[in-house]
Write a protein that binds this ligand. Sequence first.
Ligand code: RFL
Ligand code: PHB
Length: 386
Amino acid sequence: MAIIGAGPAGLLLGQLLLRQGIDAVILERHTAAHVLGRIRAGVLEPGTVELITRAGCDRRLRAEGLLHGGVNLCFGGERHRIDLVGLTGGKQVTVYGQTEVTRDLMDARAAAGAVTHYEAEEVSLHDFDGPRPFLRFVRDGAERTLHCEFIAGCDGFHGISRPSVPESAMETFERVYPFGWLGLLADVPPVNEELIYVNHEDGFALCSMRSPTRSRYYLQCPAEERVENWSDERFWDELRRRLDPEAASRLTTGPALEKSIAPLRSFVTEPLRFGRLFLAGDAAHIVPPTGAKGLNLAASDVHYLSEALIEHFCDGSSAGLEAYSSRALARIWKAERFSWWMTSMMHRFPEVGRFGRRIQRAELEYLVSSRAAATALAENYVGLPY
Ligand code: RFL
Ligand code: PHB
């Protein structure tokens, strides 16, 4: 098996296969340090935790991950709690950074002696429509070839796998939002023990965390905004303004460890299989981060793909491989819908006007007053079943 990309999708797939004795080589464009330096997701569904457990990489996650039984929605200056546990029959999400998930998977891979070629340049995919696919890449200035049975394209939205497929063989669906998220990481205690998603007149805000001493905050900003325009002080002032008064009074500020802007996009490619090439994770789809679904979707793709490959290599059945694309896409579209809906409900959209704002407000009020509506949010937030 050849896997392109050492993000969470590629590493998790590699580890699940390795546990079944299936050899998988990973090619990664960047260094391990670069991959670990990207501050991204923070919320894991129970299904993702279960998968990491099956990969044998859950020790630190169990010890250090924070279990959250609720999330909070703030609008009109008031905070409302959605009781995830009570509405889903006991399910919780785990707050544990993507960088930590990645580190644990990398460590397990190194301990098992599995091969990862970091700084693999000019990776190209060949003959995946036939029985003997192979990859070419350059490492340490030398061109190399990797022959394999299958290729897993786990190389993210800007990877090479998806563009290697003829455009006529795929259909894509996309929505680009007219704003981004400005994120700040700081070693200060979180303002609240659970996450707060804020709908404010001047834009969305999110209070998240990585540990009891490290906070992650986000502010909606214009798509073309530049991070240089945001001093730490400006960020903290704006965040405080968007919070409810009680949370604002408790906000602890400090110097930023990291600050960056992420654009918001919804995107899906269909299908996910092209002969002996399979796409998984951000290589195949993007969700806006409002539903905390990106990493979790990468994990569910890997669940379906690893099961299918194990069935192929261990039982000689190709049924799972045939079904991979439709199985994964059924779940992907539901997460796309949820992420689009959360984004639509929580952000300030310049074009919707005063009517649109009242509709948003009505939707939020319905959500926090109807058990049925809150249940729909809760069951999607903790993750739909695989
Ligand atoms: P990744 O993590 O992008 O990894 C792809 C890897 O492939 C490598 N690569 C190549 N390697 C070789 N040759 C090439 N030509 C290559 N091109 C690329 C890259 O260097 C990289 O190492 O994709 P993967 O594994 O599919 O994982 C997806 C997740 O990273 C992503 O969906 C999440 O981070 C999204 N996301 C969130 N997801 C959640 O589930 N919960 C969250 O709370 C959450 N918060 C977020 C997020 C994403 C964010 N940003 C920055 C987009 C918050 C933010 C701000
Ligand atoms: C994060 O902690 O980075 C995070 C949490 C929840 C989201 C998005 C990002 O919806």
